[in-house]
Design a binder for this molecule. Sequence first.
Ligand code: DAK
Length: 258
Amino acid sequence: MEYADLLIENHGKVAVVRLNRPKAMNALNDNMMNELGQALRGFDADPAVNVIILTGSEKVFAAGADIAAMANYTYADTYPGNYIGRNWEHILDIRKPVVGVVSGYALGGGCELAMMCDFLIAADNAKFGQPEIKVGVTPGAGGTQRLPRAIGKSKAMDMLLTTRMIDAAEAERTGLVSRVFPADKVMDEALAVAQAIAQMPVSVAMQIKDAVNRAFETTLTEGVRYERRFFHAGFGTPAQKEGMAAFLEKRKPDFDGM
Ligand code: DAK
């Protein structure tokens, strides 16, 4: 499948989706977000793919919503037209793991999109920011909600109100990203991480993702109850039979197709 604003790579059970509008610093527009939804849904439904990597270029993940495209929007274009809601959040419906890999800038909507991934790996040149206030709007794709949950209220308020960018080291220290690698190695390292996940049973990876995301939406008691149902159901699956048998037989498990 060819896309105007994305590049796709296949690495066995790992699919890589690259945002690709280099002349506009990968600014996010309707076409790119429609294509992104299409690509992600396609891989989610593809039994040959277990893990998806979402990334940009070496210089920029995405510099935010396309300011040129939205500068003349009216309220009628945004609220009735469901700007953002109509096509930015397809990623939240993806059930397989989505690993975000950020090199360079992830600003505004770019930072918000990155935060919709399941976890983030950063290059040491990564910079995260929410500079929307500088262009006269609030964040509109979850920045005021996911950033404080990720890095705490004080740091989030600082970034959102002053537009201060944080670098990869601060992003790792505050928990926004899970790992940082040198920029020239980050894709190889991220692919190794994704391949490791891809060897696990994809059905269990999907359940873990579902349960962890539930932690942000419910009470602890209900969340643990939700997790327990998956754990109990696991005893009716080939993945549990293979995983535990392989351990006892001191061999590597083969979770292919599970
Ligand atoms: N949109 C459109 N074009 C952009 C862009 C953007 N966000 N960011 C960069 N570009 C374009 C530049 O205009 C320039 O185009 P040409 O002049 O070459 O035609 C080209 O990319 C290269 O950019 P620079 O020349 O500026 O490159 P530098 O390396 O000097 O600087 C930069 C890189 C990323 C620091 C800088 O470009 C920058 O500050 N960009 C803007 C970052 C920003 O403010 N991002 C937040 C965007 S606002 C809403 C929902 C959501 C949102 C809003 C409303 N509602 C529900 C209502 C979300 C808003 C945002 O994300």
